[in-house]
Write a protein that binds this ligand. Structure first.
Ligand code: 6PG
Length: 264
């Protein structure tokens, strides 16, 4: 059984029985957004994260998506990246390259990864500068409410602690209002040095999808989505409140602590 529907003001929640169904739903969703964005703007600017997300996107490399998606119009970014060499096993770029980008005809110059040969601070600055150039040429759209970039889609995973991108609970980067891309050198999840989109950038996107699987995330999913009252801890995932559309992709174990899992 597949369930999906609106859930409070916390976005649409899609719960799928199996990882296979969830992957198909995710591929359909991304393919539809790509088509709509290419039709409207001529390009599709998508930001990826690391973790299990990339393997859950694997169906995009298979029929029909590998043939129907207009890959030549895709521009790839990372919502967060570990500051390690691109061929390092911890690299989110390597994960996406091996699992997706090498299997579909993306234009190499459209892949915007970080400079891995400088410090985390410099890498964040350079990445923001690169995005600023692409906003000027409207490869990346601009927010209606601020000067922030408006990505067509930002894809996020979520940790059991409720972190998204490299925005960890109680970390000062959660308060960053001015930078588009910032850095941390004390990530509680290794490796310690990372760059990350800030909340204003995530929340300026046209679409944000948070893809979460497994029962170790069930409590964080509940705290991020349900109406948990004024004492609700300020989970990074709960601070994802985009101007655009928010969709949660959950498997049943991740959705098991939702107040109304059967309705979502
Ligand atoms: C990172 C990831 C991270 C990830 C979550 C969920 O660079 O560490 O971007 O934010 O998305 O930790 O990862 P899993 O889906 O593998 O649990």
């Amino acid at each position: 059984m597949s369930l999906s529907g609106a859930h409070n003001d916390r976005g649409e929640v899609k719960v799928r029985d199996s990882l296979d169904d969830l992957s198909t739903e995710l591929a359909d969703y991304i393919a539809e957004l790509s088509e709509a964005s290419v039709k409207e703007r001529g390009v599709f600017a998508i930001a990826l994260s690391g973790g299990s997300l990339v393997s859950l996107m694997g169906k995009l490399c298979e029929a029909p998506y590998n043939k129907t998606v207009d890959w030549s119009k895709w521009y790839i970014f990372w919502a967060d990246e570990r500051v390690v060499a691109k061929n390092h096993t911890d690299s989110n770029y390597k994960l996406a390259k091996d699992g997706l980008l090498s299997k579909v005809p993306i234009v190499p110059s459209h892949v915007h990864s970080i400079n891995d040969s400088v410090s985390a601070e410099e890498a964040a600055d350079e990445y923001e500068f690169a995005i600023r150039q692409l906003v000027k040429t409207r490869v990346v759209s601009v927010s209606d409410n601020s000067d922030c970039p408006k990505f067509d889609l930002i894809l996020l995973g979520m940790g059991p602690d409720g972190h998204v991108a490299s925005l960890f609970p109680n970390h000062s980067v959660l308060n960053e209002k001015d930078e588009w891309v910032t850095f941390i050198t004390d990530s509680p999840k290794p490796p310690p040095e990372r760059i990350t989109f800030t909340l204003p950038v995530i929340n300026s996107a046209s679409n944000v999808a948070v893809v979460v699987t497994g029962d170790s995330k069930a409590e964080a999913v509940h705290l991020a989505i349900d109406d948990v009252g004024p004492d609700c801890p300020s989970l990074p995932a709960r601070m994802v409140q985009p101007n655009g559309k928010l969709v949660w992709f959950l498997d049943k174990p991740a959705a098991s602590k939702l107040d109304h899992p059967q309705q979502s």
